[in-house]
Design a protein around this ligand. Structure first.
Ligand SMILES: [Zn+2]
Length: 87
């Protein structure tokens, strides 16, 4: 009787241990995903230059309101080129 009780307790401990491990690893993955998502939205937003196709961080881009919408360029020259091409 005693041995069976001990075995049952050991099996229960084993299952609890496995559950804890599954939950902790899942939480680690979730937090890793959260930090990656945070880096993506909290960090630099990349915008594409419609003239040369280069991706530039929004804060470093040259933005210009054209026909009611904001366009982002890698440089002023690109913006001028774009406007030249539109004509
Ligand atoms: Zn450009």
């Amino acid at each position: 009787m005693n041995i069976i009780k001990i075995l049952v307790i050991l099996i229960l401990i084993y299952f609890v241990y496995r559950l804890v491990r599954i939950f902790s690893s899942r939480r680690m993955v979730e937090s890793r995903e959260r930090t990656q998502a945070g880096a993506r939205s909290g960090g630099e937003d990349l915008v594409q230059d419609p003239c040369c196709g280069v991706y530039v961080p929004k804060s470093q881009s040259y933005s210009r309101q054209i026909e009611g919408q904001t366009l982002y360029f890698c440089s002023r020259e690109c913006c001028d080129n774009y406007l030249e091409r539109k004509k």
